[in-house]
Design a protein around this ligand. Structure first.
Ligand code: ZN
Ligand code: ZN
Length: 359
């Protein structure tokens, strides 16, 4: 039922879809003046959503998942530390940076607090235990990545700066961040530390309401710091963008790689990679270490609770060229102590736009 509610917007969207306007007027290879798009287009249209809803075979989840909460350090003096809070929420800490990726602390995700998929596991970091956050990074407008109550609280209590793709950044502005930076694909911005954040392409889509499909851009982030390079793909299907990111930015020191909400493949493959594609992506971007995310908190697709990580482990075990790909529990961290040879500040472009924020 919750999945049905979660996809009501998709279902009703197609019938209601009209060319409702957007304030964006730019035309590019992924924007037509009104909406953003992938090439080839992501097909999650009415008939495939309907077919999925009538043919679903949901694999089991427990009623709830126990999680031991942790208190992250206020900062780190060296190296890199990525703490998995749950789903796609990760706290990335390097010297001078506390970054929070796709923060969601709500008990349900959706347009209203009482609707939408429920949380099976609580966040592994209590909100009040979060350190100061130097920047909040939001990859796209879907509710499991862009949670307005969480963003509003972060803007009020923890962070001045929000960074997001074109259009999605407007939601951060609405949430009350003092400074909001909107990025197009391959654009970069400088963090307060002087390190850089680049938005990179992803194969996905945007939707919050039936009338706003693809009016906000989606993407992944590459954060280049003196302690190493972090890559978070956001939500994405497989595509040549992994090769492009590997060629233009790789190698990557730490990839926060989504693996879950991947079944059934016929429906999910254009929007979410699964374990086998995540391994392939890790290789193609040149990830020295990968950490599995986007599983275990919200039941968004047909895969069982631990199906994605278990499948990932099995695939890695029989891959003679298996990359260093770690499955951690919520609240655990991946720590990298090496300090690679990173040139900080060599942004690809520096034309990111800062949104004027009325306060
Ligand atoms: Zn998404
Ligand atoms: Zn997602």
């Amino acid at each position: 039922m919750t999945q049905y509610i979660a996809h009501m917007a998709s279902l009703s969207l197609i019938a209601l879809l009209t060319a409702c306007g957007s304030e964006k007027s730019t035309v590019s290879d992924h924007q037509d003046g009104n909406r953003f798009f992938n090439t080839p287009p992501v097909n999650v249209g009415f008939w495939s959503v309907l077919k999925w809803n009538f043919t679903r075979k949901k694999h089991p989840w427990p009623d709830s998942v126990p999680v031991d909460t942790v208190v992250p350090p206020l900062s780190v003096a060296s190296g890199m530390r990525a703490t998995w809070v749950g789903h796609a929420t990760v706290l990335v800490q390097t010297p001078g940076n506390n970054l929070l990726v796709d923060p969601v602390w709500s008990k349900r995700i959706g347009p209203w607090s009482w609707a939408g998929p429920k949380r099976y596991s609580r966040p592994a970091v209590e909100f009040q235990d979060l350190p100061r956050i130097d920047a909040v990074l939001v990859s796209h407008d879907h509710y499991d990545h862009c949670d307005m109550p969480t963003l509003e609280r972060l803007a009020k209590e923890r962070s001045r700066l929000g960074i997001a793709p074109l259009g999605t950044a407007d939601l951060l502005k609405k949430a009350g961040f003092e400074k909001v930076v909107a990025l197009d694909w391959w654009e970069s911005t400088q963090l307060p530390s002087g390190d850089t954040v680049t938005l990179v392409p992803a194969y996905h889509h945007g939707l919050r309401w039936p009338w706003d499909r693809n009016t906000r851009l989606w993407g992944g982030f590459v954060v280049k710091t003196a302690a190493g390079v972090v890559y978070y793909p956001g939500d994405t299907g497989d595509g040549p963008h992994f090769d492009q990111i590997g060629a233009r930015i790789g190698p990557i020191d730490l990839a926060l790689m989504p693996i879950g909400a991947y079944l059934p493949r016929w429906f999910m493959h254009p929007q979410h990679i699964g374990p086998s594609e995540a391994i392939s992506a890790a290789k193609r971007v040149g990830a020295k270490v990968s950490m599995a995310v986007h599983w275990g908190a919200f039941r968004l697709a047909d895969d069982g609770f631990r199906e994605a990580p278990d499948s990932l482990k099995a695939l890695l075990a029989r891959d003679p060229a298996a990359p260093d790909f770690r499955v951690v529990d919520m609240g655990q961290s991946v720590e990298l102590s090496n300090v690679p040879d990173v040139v900080v500040g060599d942004s690809l472009t520096a034309n990111a736009r800062e949104l004027a924020v009325a306060r």
